[in-house]
Design a protein around this ligand. Structure first.
Ligand code: OSB
Ligand code: MG
Length: 370
């Protein structure tokens, strides 16, 4: 029987933050970011995590509400049984299928707690090397090509090292033609968020002429095999995002020759252990990684910076300055330390302060273990 006071030591807080600019992908448009912030307490120490599920199951199958029920019913109780030890949690939680974003939010909070209790940064706990992370930016679909060109130009001037453009059927060839006309040398990748099909191989091959850094998840969100078929037909390097839901999937995709580079997101992969496994596989086989993003608040972004410090993360990340996302975040602002680079925070755990008053102010629901 759990004591009521113990149940208060782990909680989820749903917050909502308005985005500075709406973010439109092949699957939908977001005007505000809803996130589930995880807070765990042990003694005087507090650990923070973030669940990156969205309101609707458009990126993957999880949602904010599916995550809330998974957290309350079985993920929080498991974290308590593990006495908030992240190694125990990451190992035991794997008996539960799916619900990876919900699991990852707690995994991250427990790793932050451990870092703070041991006086170590997450980067050092994970075996990270990099002190600063090369930064890219991901630009959504705009109302007009002109406004897209303006956005590219302003981010490029700010110093981002590469630009990722969201594409979708009808927002590809003609748009990229204009983009390349205006910016012949800017390093550009594209992300389709699984919007194309087997009927589109010729269309996707016609993007070869735009000299793309990568083409991210052009096909089905759970697919490895057809991406390997597509890879033989196009020159743009394929990046996988949605399909890589575990270290084992990464290995399968590698054996199938389905990709050239990988977008790693801890939420999509269910927690820190899975990312560390993927990183050791990536290191062994020389796979280039970049750290992806889900428009995280400062908490998730700090976690991503630590992850991106691991050896295989050689490519510019989808980790941008705070100003690109929020006018008022729940941590201090992330800014370039020199153009195109964001430092890995150096304090214990995530290494950044969390403004608890802002978390309170933005919160729309709080919940505890059931
Ligand atoms: O596919 O990488 C994606 C944001 C929400 C959902 C999916 C994706 C993205 C991004 C944003 O591309 C990257 C960022 O956080 O800056
Ligand atoms: Mg993506």
């Amino acid at each position: 029987m759990l004591l009521q006071t113990d149940k208060k030591k782990i909680e989820g807080i749903i917050i909502s933050l308005p985005l500075v600019h709406p973010f439109k992908t092949s699957f939908g448009e977001e005007w505000e970011k809803k996130a589930i912030i995880i807070r765990v307490k042990k003694g005087d120490f507090v650990g923070w995590g973030e669940v990156v599920a969205s309101q609707y199951p458009l990126y993957n199958e999880e949602t904010i509400s599916s995550a809330v029920s998974a957290l309350k019913e079985f993920i929080f109780p498991l974290a308590m049984e593990c006495d908030f030890k992240p190694e125990c949690f990451d190992r035991e939680v794997s008996i539960f299928k799916g619900n990876r974003m919900a699991k990852a939010g707690v995994s991250l909070a427990l790793w932050d707690l451990k870092g703070k209790m041991e006086g170590k940064s997450l980067s050092s706990l994970y075996g990270g090397r990099r002190k600063r992370i090369p930064a890219g930016v991901s630009i959504g679909i705009q109302k007009t090509v002109d406004s897209l060109l303006k956005r590219i130009s302003s981010f490029w001037e700010e110093g981002y090292l590469r630009i990722k453009l969201k594409i979708a059927p009808g927002w590809e060839v003609q748009v990229l033609e204009k983009v390349r006309e205006t910016f012949p040398h800017v390093p550009i990748g594209v992300d389709a968020n699984s919007a194309f099909t087997l009927d589109d191989f010729d269309l996707l091959a016609s993007l070869d002429k735009f000299d793309l850094l990568f083409m991210e998840q052009p096909l089905y969100n759970d697919d490895l095999y057809f991406h390997s078929r597509l890879k033989k037909k196009i020159k743009s390097p394929i990046a996988l995002d949605e399909s890589i839901t575990s270290a084992r999937k990464l290995e399968e995709a590698f054996l199938m020759d389905s990709f050239s580079v990988i977008n790693i997101k801890v939420g999509r992969m269910g927690g820190v252990r899975e990312v560390l496994r993927a990183a050791s596989f990536g290191k062994k086989h020389g796979i280039p990684f970049f750290c992806g993003g889900m428009l995280e608040t400062g908490i998730g972004r700090a976690h991503n910076l630590h992850i991106a410090s691991l050896p295989p993360f050689v490519l510019p990340a989808d980790i941008s300055q705070t100003s690109r996302y929020y006018s008022e975040d729940i941590t201090p602002e992330f800014k370039f330390s020199s153009p195109g680079y964001i430092n890995v925070p150096r304090g214990d755990g995530i290494g950044v302060e969390v403004f608890e008053d802002r978390v309170e102010k933005k919160s729309i629901l709080r919940f505890f273990p059931e």
